[in-house]
Design a protein around this ligand. Structure first.
Ligand SMILES: [Zn+2]
Length: 204
């Protein structure tokens, strides 16, 4: 179980790991972290003979896009599980499921302010049409890989750093492949992927 959460922690905002883990268990879905696909960010496949229902999400998404994509696909699973067929893929029922799933994550501990404000304003409507080039998709893309980023593994030991949401951390020791980090903002410890993108901060 801890191993599974460590894998999730490489993909998701730190504050979302436990809740996503619980959603996976409650809804009995497999989450497969997929190779990069140009055609889609994720998908949902209902259970077929001998195989569990499965959600896939591309591995290369930034943590915020990864979380939103996972919840998007889980909303498809929820709609499917009601047994009602012949409903619009992103119709009202899907939108309600998505909004319900998204609500607990709409907090500043998980999303940076600019993403959070968009989600609070538009919420379910934002994702009703797939591939729509709305303002939020551009903001989300700005969190994807770019050249002048700093990776956690590039910092020295005990270095302080920030996340886009403003929380400050101190890098502690390496644990197997990941770094244990102490959050100076809330006093909790988190496991980070060495490739996590961070903002170096000055020590006080
Ligand atoms: Zn969809």
């Amino acid at each position: 179980m801890e191993k599974y959460k460590e894998i999730l922690a490489r993909q998701l905002p730190a504050g979302a790991v436990d809740a996503v883990f619980d959603l996976i268990i409650q809804n009995k879905v497999n989450l497969k972290i997929s190779r990069k696909r140009r055609s889609k960010l994720g998908d949902f496949r209902p259970a077929i003979t001998g195989r569990a229902q499965q959600i896939t999400v591309n591995h290369d998404l930034n943590p915020f896009s990864f979380l939103i994509t996972f919840l998007h696909e889980l909303a498809h699973q929820r709609v499917w599980s009601t047994g009602k067929k012949r409903i619009k893929p992103h119709g009202e029922q899907w939108q309600n499921e998505f909004q319900n799933l998204l609500n607990p994550f709409l907090v500043p501990e998980i999303f940076p302010a600019e993403i959070l404000n968009n989600l609070l304003k538009e919420g379910k409507k934002l994702f009703a049409s797939s591939g729509a080039d709305h303002g939020l998709s551009r903001i989300l893309k700005s969190y994807d890989n770019n050249e002048n980023k700093t990776l956690l593994e590039q910092l020295p030991d005990d270095a302080h750093f920030k996340l886009p949401d403003g929380r400050t951390f101190k890098r502690l020791q390496k644990r197997r492949k990941n770094y244990l980090c102490f959050c100076l903002t809330n006093g909790r410890k988190y496991i980070f992927n060495p490739l996590a993108e961070v903002i170096p901060a000055e020590e006080h």
